[in-house]
Write a protein that binds this ligand. Structure first.
Ligand SMILES: Nc1ncnc2c1ncn2[C@@H]1O[C@H](COP(=O)(O)OP(=O)(O)OP(=O)(O)O)[C@@H](O)[C@H]1O
Length: 295
């Protein structure tokens, strides 16, 4: 099996008129990975993806997909499934007709029943697309992207508009695709999903690839947080922190477990109730919040 990257982006730049939207962005996605391309609004994710998907020509630099220029559609498209934010289905076609039509365009082999089964839409096979709910349309989008289990799948905000149970079902379907060997590129504003699912994260900010790595690598750069409120008469806790105006004590720490243990032992020894105690490691949300203070 080839070990060359599925996606290889090198020094990519894109300008719209005088506006520099993508600045020297480089990253690779390896076979079988789930790579989450995340970022603040306007960071340049869609612009970068449009180049990788072959819809846009970069101003400079290069994107390679399976070793090819992505605009060489005959070489790349048969291996790629794309779930866009806005589906392009004709409202006059049924669910079954839509999947069959888009599936035929991929030149991959598959069956309508199998693909609709992945997203539990076989019951709606004869329904017009215009009569589907927003969540059902999203699942249909996924079904067309999954047609023929493509080697590379782009999921652009795949769970937007889905209720919690449909979301779980969709992720189960993504897991199934990955078991079949698909490489997945995900964009989402649900950081929780990226935190749970991504093998690696590329974090874009103002056109640049601000940070890249596993979730553990990205979150390790920021401290975990312990919060609690102390009775006014309580002595100073043993772990260094700061007291906020509202009386909350906040400890930011890179040794969360050790400090929490010390704090709990101290509270027990002094018979002190740590009101509203919460403790947690850094999450991707925190990495995002730190972006603006990094500037
Ligand atoms: N066709 C265009 N012409 C001019 N500017 C554009 C065009 N498309 C995008 N931009 C600008 O380029 C920047 C990056 O946009 P892009 O859509 O790639 O960001 P994004 O990371 O996908 O954002 P979001 O999370 O909000 O969807 C933004 O400032 C946007 O206004």
């Amino acid at each position: 099996m080839s070990t060359s990257p599925v996606i290889d982006v090198a020094d990519l730049n894109l300008t719209y008129g005088g506006f520099h939207a993508v600045k020297d962005v480089s990253f690779q996605v390896q076979r079988g990975e789930l790579y989450a391309l995340l970022g603040t609004n306007g960071a340049g994710k869609t612009s970068t993806l449009e180049i990788i998907e072959g819809h846009r020509r970069p101003s400079s630099g290069a994107a390679r997909v399976f070793g090819h220029d992505p605009r060489k559609r005959s070489a790349v498209r048969p291996k790629v499934g794309i779930m866009l934010q806005e589906s392009g289905f004709s409202p006059d076609l049924t669910v079954k007709e839509s999947v069959a039509l888009i599936g035929a365009l991929t030149l991959r082999e598959d069956r309508v029943e199998r693909v609709l089964g992945i997203v539990d839409l076989n019951r709606k096979a004869a329904t017009l697309v215009s009569q589907l709910s927003g969540g059902e349309k999203r699942r249909l989008d996924f079904a067309t992207a999954a047609w023929g289990s493509p080697e590379l799948v782009f999921l652009d905000e795949p769970t937007t508009g889905l209720d919690i149970s449909s979301r779980d079902d969709l992720w189960t379907a993504v897991d199934k695709l990955r078991e079949d060997g698909s490489t997945v590129v995900l964009t989402t504003h649900y950081l929780e999903e990226a935190q749970q699912r991504a093998d690696r994260v590329g974090l874009m900010h103002r056109g640049t690839m601000h940070r890249e790595g596993t979730v553990a690598e990205l979150t390790r750069q920021l401290p975990g947080v312990i919060r609690f409120t102390l009775p006014p008469t309580a002595p100073h806790p043993p772990v260094k922190g700061s007291r906020r105006d509202d009386g909350t004590y906040v400890i930011e720490t890179f040794t969360l477990a050790r400090d929490l243990k010390e704090l709990l032992q101290w509270a027990e020894g002094h018979h002190i109730d740590l009101q509203g105690l919460s403790a947690g490691p850094t999450r991707l949300d925190d990495v995002f919040r730190a972006l603006d203070t990094d500037d």
